[in-house]
Design a protein around this ligand. Structure first.
Ligand SMILES: [Zn+2]
Length: 98
């Protein structure tokens, strides 16, 4: 269980897009299911997770830098359509963050 040091008040994670640290609750957790990047807004899906700001700019940066395959240690590119749709929804305010 490496990297599981728990900060007392608010745990921080690094955005895979802009590489800035932010409170975990301000970031969108991503997991990979069958080669697709899937948003995990409840933070409960099993497996390796990556974090990104729920912003198109950060998602674009992550895609351009191939940060997601690196974060998930996969070879090929990952499908981000669902992730993008979720970020779009959050950005549009249709699905307010918890
Ligand atoms: Zn970011």
């Amino acid at each position: 269980m490496s990297g599981r040091t728990s900060a007392r008040a608010c745990p921080e994670r690094t955005c895979v897009g802009c590489r800035e640290r932010a409170a975990k609750k301000d970031l969108l957790r991503i997991v990979v299911v069958g080669g697709h990047c899937v948003p995990d807004r409840s933070g409960t899906l099993p497996g390796r997770g990556a974090y990104v700001h729920p912003a198109v700019g950060c998602l674009d940066l992550a895609v351009r830098r191939r940060a997601l395959p690196r974060a998930f240690r996969t070879q090929g590119p990952l499908d981000t359509a669902r992730l993008r749709a979720a970020v779009d929804a959050i950005t549009a305010g249709k699905a307010p963050q918890e």
